[in-house]
Design a protein around this ligand. Structure first.
Ligand code: PLP
Length: 273
């Protein structure tokens, strides 16, 4: 992506997400990707997780009006060219985020691009979104998404579709589009049967497949966040959704190739090199 000259104001993007105290996923991953790509990262914190490489031991959700105020305060002053959501914890935060995004022209038809990464659980299975919040995700936030980027577990929770092959992956993409997202990505990275991890992108008319070699590493913490953040970064530069996703796939692939061990559990993707 193009970078600003030293001293010039860079392109800005906003992440609305949870903090990972282990520094691998969540806001920390988003900020790393935005910064490495030459963007200025604005941050609205939704939750503070207590987390290391072994898992999430708990979290404190932020008061919904405080989440919305963070978004409003930075967007009205600093201005952003794209936004992404990650961990949103509960339905009250989803409601608040949807309202403030709508108020500020983020997402929807012709709005500032909004990437919705519908984070439901960590890779260890720790719940990061209350079950009661799935309806709010379906009815409020996904309908204003420019692009929604669930993994296969999230697809099952949101649409009820178990993706096992290319046909069910298409069904899931249709179901996500039916919820109102302008573009739906059904990530294939968790299709364990496949030696590749094709992501399927759908805009209601055309299916586009993004196939990258599967990188099997025990260290892929934050891969989903990094994909969504890199997508948002490219959208902030005015790229189309297919071009942004292609770029983001390459970015995550490099991050997986350079992922490193950390602690006693799963290390993070490392898009530095
Ligand atoms: N913690 C936070 C705050 C996150 O946003 C996420 C993922 O989106 C995770 C943890 C889980 O990341 P992973 O599934 O890579 O373990």
């Amino acid at each position: 992506l193009p970078t600003a000259a030293p001293g010039a104001t860079p392109v800005r993007a906003l992440t609305i997400a949870g903090s990972d105290s282990g520094g691998g996923a969540g806001i920390q991953a988003d900020m790393r990707t935005f910064a490495l790509l030459g963007l200025h990262a604005c941050v609205a914190v939704t939750a503070v997780t207590v987390q290391n490489t072994l898992g999430v031991n708990g979290f404190q959700a932020i008061d919904p009006p405080v989440v919305a105020d963070q978004v409003r305060t930075v967007v009205t002053d600093i201005g952003v060219s794209a936004a992404k959501t990650g961990m949103l914890a509960n339905s009250a935060i989803i409601t608040s985020v949807t309202q403030v995004c709508t108020e500020l022209g983020i997402g929807g038809d012709g709005g500032i691009p909004l990437v919705v990464d519908p984070v439901c659980a960590s890779m260890h299975g720790d719940q990061l979104l209350a079950t009661e919040a799935l309806d709010a995700l379906r009815q409020l936030l996904i309908p204003i998404a420019t692009v929604v980027t669930p993994n296969l577990d999230e697809v099952r929770l949101i649409t009820g579709i178990e993706v096992v092959d290319a046909a069910s992956q298409r069904d899931a993409a249709r179901a996500l589009r039916d919820l109102g997202a302008r573009w739906a990505v059904v990530k294939g990275g968790h299709l364990r049967t496949s030696s590749h991890s094709p992501d399927l992108l759908y805009d209601g008319e055309t299916f586009l497949e993004f196939d990258h070699e599967r990188i099997d590493t025990g260290h892929d913490h934050g891969a989903g966040d990094t994909l969504a953040a890199a997508t948002a970064a490219a959208l902030a530069h005015g790229w189309s959704v297919p071009d942004a996703l292609e770029f983001a796939k390459g970015w995550v692939t490099r991050g997986l190739q350079a992922a490193y061990p950390l602690g006693a559990g799963h290390g993070p993707v490392n898009p530095l090199w």
